[in-house]
Write a protein that binds this ligand. Structure first.
Ligand code: HEC
Ligand code: HEC
Ligand code: HEC
Ligand code: HEC
Length: 341
């Protein structure tokens, strides 16, 4: 009996060790100093993972430029229902239709958005969504340059050849709970992937990627009181969002902060300011463009609480500090950098 138990123990121990090793990243790691000396501001990367990321984040070759026809879509009798792209040259318009097919629905083709009998028809919801996406992409590229700079974004930045981008989020209200005193989990204590399988707040996006949200939790007075006071729960929600920022960009906290004093802007890297604009861009994109499509998406595209899919940092960044390592795709599709009509 004693031997049997010891034997089971050894097998269990070995299996556990193997399981743990599978979730480890094998050394050696590479580290790069990115801040002042002696404050631990280093980026730690695994060169083997890096190669995989590099491969997964390559921008496609742009389509060759076309010879303009001199006729604008809005002046051509061949087009009946063009509401956003009317100012484009007909040739440029056709080139763009080919490009968005490659970026969003390469397998399904034009008919993912179009009724093949009548291209002007808006009966497929995907076309209505795509029109809003055109407006959204233009708004990001023209109104959010403090974040996207001249690099900008195209449909490919988020979609990568998939109709539904790989990284989206829905409101998460947790699983059903008993009533009475136990009726609220305060949005915590369910191990969640969003926060690296810890039990921190599992949906930091709904409260903090919203207009007017307060992410700041550090007291600004010696004796915190009134509106400057943050609860432990608020603090945990802020940390949960910060874990998302780090994983979405594939960086450490010190990519933006000097961890000696997280709140201090003077000691932060300039990237933190870019990130601040990013947070505001994301909340605007979600509120103005995605939430307004609430009645358009079919039921199977909605989340468990019936809300539409939304964007966070990972939707564009996909594990990299600049989406597609900073490849500037928009310069080959300037029509996505025009103001909306
Ligand atoms: C991801 C969705 C999507 C795909 C895929 C797509 N289109 Fe479109 N298409 C649109 C949207 C949105 C409009 C309307 C643009 C606007 O209102 O400014 C449009 C408009 C058009 C029009 C104008 C119709 C009219 O008379 O109003 C034509 C022609 C067209 N597309 C051709 C194509 C062709 C050809 C393909 C395949 C190579 C294609 N589209 C693929 C979304 C798409
Ligand atoms: C900032 C990220 C982002 C960009 C840029 C973007 N999209 Fe989207 N797109 C989304 C999200 C999020 C959804 C919602 C996912 C869903 O359909 O459930 C979506 C959905 C769609 C859908 C509906 C797909 C379906 O099957 O439900 C179409 C079509 C689409 N986008 C076309 C486009 C086109 C065309 C462009 C470029 C002009 C574009 N998108 C740019 C994030 C983006
Ligand atoms: C990509 C940049 C970026 C990364 C990475 C990042 N943060 Fe932040 N962090 C910000 C920004 C921007 C704010 C300010 C938000 C605001 O003021 O609206 C902030 C705010 C904070 C605050 C609140 C400070 C205050 O004013 O009370 C704390 C705490 C914090 N971050 C901790 C962390 C931790 C811990 C990590 C790593 C898990 C991390 N951050 C990773 C950009 C980043
Ligand atoms: C619509 C796509 C999109 C979304 C969503 C997005 N970003 Fe970005 N981000 C970009 C682009 C494009 C750049 C590159 C700008 C440049 O070339 O300077 C960038 C650059 C950055 C940088 C600068 C990196 C550096 O080393 O200079 C930071 C930091 C950053 N983003 C943080 C965030 C955070 C945090 C979020 C979520 C709150 C976010 N981004 C959401 C598109 C996006």
């Amino acid at each position: 009996m004693k031997y049997a138990l010891a034997f089971i123990g050894i097998i269990a121990g070995t299996l556990l060790t193997i399981a743990m090793m599978l979730s480890w990243e094998r050394p050696p790691m590479a580290s790069t100093q990115i801040g002042p000396r002696g404050v631990g501001m280093v980026e730690i990367n695994n060169p083997r993972m890096e190669a995989k990321l590099q491969k997964a984040n390559v921008a496609p070759e742009p389509d060759p430029p076309v010879k303009l026809s001199g006729v604008k879509v809005k002046d051509s009798k061949d087009y009946q229902n063009v509401k956003v792209l009317g100012d484009l040259d007909v040739e440029e318009f056709n080139r763009l239709m080919g490009a968005i097919t490659n970026w969003v629905s390469p397998e399904q083709g034009c008919t993912y958005c179009h009724n093949p009998e009548n291209m002007a028809d808006d009966s497929l919801y995907t076309k209505v969504v795509a029109r809003r996406m055109l407006q959204m992409t233009r708004a990001i590229n023209t109104m959010w340059t403090p974040h996207v700079a001249q690099t900008g974004v195209t449909c490919y930045t988020c979609h990568r050849g998939n109709p539904v981008p790989a990284n989206i989020w829905f409101k998460n209200e947790g699983s059903p709970q008993a009533a009475g005193m136990a009726s609220s989990r305060q949005g915590q204590n369910l191990a969640s992937k969003v926060v690296g399988t810890t039990s921190l707040t599992y949906d930091p996006f709904t409260p903090l990627l919203a207009k007017g949200a307060n992410i700041r939790v550090n007291a600004t007075t010696a004796l915190p009181e009134g509106t400057t006071k943050a609860s432990i729960h608020d603090t945990e929600t802020t940390y949960a969002l910060m874990m998302h920022l780090s994983t979405a960009l594939g960086v450490n906290c010190t990519y933006c902060h000097n961890s000696r004093q997280f709140a201090s802007w003077a000691e932060s890297r300039p990237q933190r300011v870019t990130a601040w604009h990013g947070i505001h861009m994301v909340s605007e994109v979600n509120e103005t463009y995605l939430n307004s499509l609430q009645g358009v998406f079919p039921k199977e595209r909605l989340g468990p609480s019936g809300d539409v899919a939304k964007v966070n940092c990972a939707t564009c960044h996909q594990g990299v500090y600049k989406p597609l390592y900073g490849a500037a795709m928009v310069k080959d599709y300037e029509e996505l950098r025009q103001p909306n009509p």
